[in-house]
Design a protein around this ligand. Structure first.
Ligand SMILES: Cc1cc2nc3c(=O)[nH]c(=O)nc-3n(C[C@H](O)[C@H](O)[C@H](O)COP(=O)(O)O)c2cc1C
Length: 352
């Protein structure tokens, strides 16, 4: 994951073509749902809460998908799980992603997601993490297609919003049958597929081979969103045109760089500001994170983001390391403002 973020060296180069011809700027549909452009923020566990999604949308993502939410936690009324389904009224088009292996629990959680304001509900069939797989959920479902189909069907019957599937190509490269799986999910009632062409066993190794995405696009009539290693507007356009997919889904490239959504959605150069502007973006994001998580959890949540935002900025590594041990959010933000030359460190505390 660090690789993608660390390679960032500055604003993305201007993409070729006039903005009005920019293919990612056109809307697309998933069932009845119209999405204003073809750049979708990927589901990201531990990251894509409403502050993150709101930020993605504010910067130009046509749709944002939540972190994965445990359907069993929803069934048991677990407070933390239900809180993960909160959608802020300012969000535009938001999908909630669910994981689980029980069709009835997934259908019930889909109803709760719909009631929470989700515009679509997505099924996680890609997570390679052992803790999730051992329950039969995530990518395990790609090894049990009858169960996966039953989940799609149960959810599609339970809600009016579109039900989508986010899948990897298979469990292992040798066993993968992505075309067959995608066709079966379509027949079971899926309104779209988000496709990451690595196998679960590969985790994040190697390069996402979107030639496999093109095979899936050709095999189904429903829209396919391509996910994996799409980091620049030029790459986004290339994947869109080469595979015929309906949209691109952006994960790691947006960590510390929400401006990438605007560049991809318009074809214009990135509006990523200089360090003072980056720090103000972090402060605004932190204010929302604090509102949803409370002070203590927000400190830890925001620590994930400092190295991502500061990659490629002229900030010494020891300063980044220092931010990761500060126990007070205002103090961390004050230190960041000092680094950006916006405030003397002595008065940094309590600035936000
Ligand atoms: C930190 C992190 C968390 C992720 N969480 C989820 C998740 O909750 N659900 C999911 O379907 N995929 C998840 N993914 C996979 C991404 O949605 C995406 O498919 C993958 O990272 C490839 O796209 P990228 O190269 O644009 O990051 C996660 C990826 C990362 C790096």
């Amino acid at each position: 994951m660090r690789g993608v973020v660390a390679e960032r060296t500055g604003p993305a180069p201007a993409a070729p073509g006039r903005p009005e011809e920019w293919p990612l700027a056109r809307p697309f549909r998933i069932g009845e749902l119209e999405i204003p452009n073809r750049v979708v923020q990927a589901p990201l566990a531990g990251i894509a809460n409403w502050p993150f999604r709101l930020q993605s949308q504010r910067h130009g993502a046509g749709m944002a998908v939540s972190e994965m939410v445990a359907s069993m936690g929803v069934r048991h009324g677990n407070r933390r799980t239900l809180d993960m389904m909160a959608i802020d009224p300012r969000e535009t088009v938001t999908g909630i992603q669910l994981f689980g292996a029980d069709p009835a629990a997934m259908a019930h959680a889909a109803v709760v997601a719909q009631e929470a304001g989700a515009r679509m509900v997505d099924i996680n069939m890609g997570c390679p993490v052992h803790k999730v797989r051992k329950t039969g959920a995530g990518s395990s479902l790609l090894g049990d297609l009858p169960r996966a189909e039953a989940i799609v069907t149960a959810m599609a019957r339970a809600v009016d919003i579109p039900v989508t599937v986010k899948m990897r190509r298979g469990l292992t490269p040798a066993e993968a049958r992505p075309v067959e799986a995608a066709r079966r999910f379509e027949a079971a009632g899926a309104a779209a597929i988000a496709f990451h062409p690595r196998a679960a066993e590969e985790e994040y190794r190697g390069v996402a081979d979107h030639a496999i995405t093109a095979d899936v696009v050709a095999a189904v009539a429903i829209p396919v969103m391509a996910s994996g290693d799409i980091t620049t507007p030029g790459a986004a356009r290339e994947v869109l045109e080469r595979t015929g997919c309906a949209a691109v889904m952006i994960g790691r490239a947006a960590l510390g760089d929400p401006w990438v959504f605007g560049a991809m959605a318009t074809g214009r150069p990135s509006l990523r500001p200089g360090l003072p502007g980056v720090v103000e973006e972090i402060a605004a994001f932190a204010a929302d994170a604090r509102a949803v998580l409370g002070d203590r959890r927000a400190v830890h949540f925001m620590r994930k983001f400092y190295p991502w935002y500061l990659a490629g900025e002229d900030v010494p590594q020891r300063e980044v390391a220092a931010l990761l041990v500060i126990e007070d959010l205002d103090e961390a933000l004050g230190r960041l403002r000092h680094l950006a030359g916006c405030a003397p460190l002595a008065s940094a505390r309590g600035l936000n």
